[in-house]
Design a protein around this ligand. Structure first.
Ligand SMILES: *Cc1c(COP(=O)(O)O)cnc(C)c1O
Length: 393
């Protein structure tokens, strides 16, 4: 090496994309605490706090609730590889990137993915799920993405869970983006298995994936015919470390667990209902501001997520140039579209700490500037006053 690079100093950014979201200073401080051994009694006591706090946000009594070491996709793989054995039929909703990814993981695990499709931005209907279940011989699992981050669609879950059970299948949901920002009722909705991620509405850096396995899912784990093909993600092995036995499996990411504990404490201090209301209100203000700027949402009316807004790019406006201008001129990160929505939408995330009135107003002011730079006529302050009207209503 000719020269040692200087210390890395990240530029100042406001994270309003599809994740990671803004992180509270208390969470950053928690990560800077000295390390403990992963079998130290003090660390083990901390793990118990993390599990209890996770049960609280998931609204579940499931003892088998813990964070998998890895990002949200690791949680997805964990749930699927532990429950799906070669030849198993899995009915999976596919209406965006993450449903598509689930179907891929199901097939890699040797399962048969029975895809129930809906156009991107729309939700999967219960009738479609029922029809798919009727066509299966012995469906093992129904899998749906609760909050489809690629499109902003908010998938209803309780009816689908009932249908799954009526056909003898388990119900799995991806609540990576919804957990901590909108109601997720694992026990109330009879969800058997779910996974989430830390860097969306929990406002913690990426690196852990909370999962929860209910009693029916645990029965399936116990009665598997084949070994789980992933050693790292084998829940039965992991539960010997996260459960009573405390058997070494892999070295827990110590600092990430400190961070998650602190992030979950912040969620508990705010209270779930207050947190959901905050997310809804900031979404309503943003949507009103966007409408005043002439911008519409791409997701289906009545099924729009509060924490992720897919905004349609108007004709004649360069999607990437606007995003670039927001980043370089305003220090604001928003996301672009994926798959069929590439170049057609912006994705504005208001997740966890990112969901604040000041951030909504900053985003609207920056968008107004960027739209004007693209040659669009916008009345000065139109977006801001529409948003303010929502807040003062
Ligand atoms: C972000 C996300 C994931 C994947 O999480 P990573 O942390 O990127 O691995 C899975 N599902 C949904 C709905 C997501 O938003």
């Amino acid at each position: 090496m000719t020269a040692i690079p200087g210390e890395f100093t990240p530029p100042t950014r406001l994270l309003l994309g599809p994740g990671p979201s803004e992180v509270h200073p208390r969470v950053l401080r928690a990560m800077a605490a000295p390390l403990l051994g992963h079998l130290d009694p003090a660390f083990i006591a901390m793990m118990e706090d993390v599990k209890a706090l996770l049960r609280f946000v998931f609204a579940t009594e499931n003892p088998l609730t813990f964070p998998v070491s890895g990002t949200g996709s690791a949680g997805m793989e964990t749930c699927i590889v532990n429950l799906v054995e070669p030849g198993d039929e899995v009915v999976v909703g596919v209406n965006g990137v993450f449903g598509t990814r689930m179907a891929d993981v199901i097939e890699r695990a040797g399962g048969t993915a029975v895809r129930v499709e809906a156009p991107w931005g729309r939700v999967v209907r219960a009738e479609q799920i029922e029809a798919a279940l009727r066509n299966c011989r012995r469906p093992k699992l129904v899998a749906l993405v609760h909050a489809e981050t690629s499109t902003g669609a908010w998938q209803p879950l309780p009816d689908a869970a009932k249908l799954a059970h009526a056909h003898g299948a388990l119900f799995l949901t991806d609540c990576v983006t919804s957990l901590g920002g909108a109601p997720v009722e694992i026990d109330g909705w009879e969800v058997d298995v779910a996974y989430s991620g830390t860097q969306k509405c929990l406002s913690c850096p990426p690196g852990l994936s909370p999962v929860t396995f209910g009693p029916r899912a645990q029965d399936v784990l116990r009665t598997r015919k084949s070994k789980v093909q992933s050693w790292y993600l084998d829940v039965t092995l992991l539960s010997q470390y996260w459960g009573e036995a405390r058997v070494y499996h892999h070295t827990a990411p110590i600092s990430m667990n400190y961070a998650l504990r602190e992030a979950l404490r912040l969620v508990a201090e705010e209270g779930l209902e207050a947190r959901f209301t905050r997310h809804r209100r900031n979404h309503e203000a943003l949507a009103a501001g966007l409408a005043a700027l002439g911008l519409g949402l791409a997701s289906e009316e009545g099924h729009r997520l509060p924490m992720l807004n897919a905004v349609m790019v108007p004709d004649g406006v360069d999607e990437a140039r606007v995003r670039g201008r927001l980043l370089t001129e305003h220090g604001i990160e928003i996301g672009g579209g994926l798959g069929p929505m590439k170049g057609k939408v912006w994705r504005i995330g208001l997740m966890g700490e990112s969901s604040r009135r000041a951030h909504v107003l900053a985003a609207l002011a920056a968008l107004e500037d960027a739209l004007r730079a693209e040659g669009r006529r916008v009345a000065p302050g139109a977006g801001l006053s529409a948003a303010q009207a929502v807040y003062s209503a």
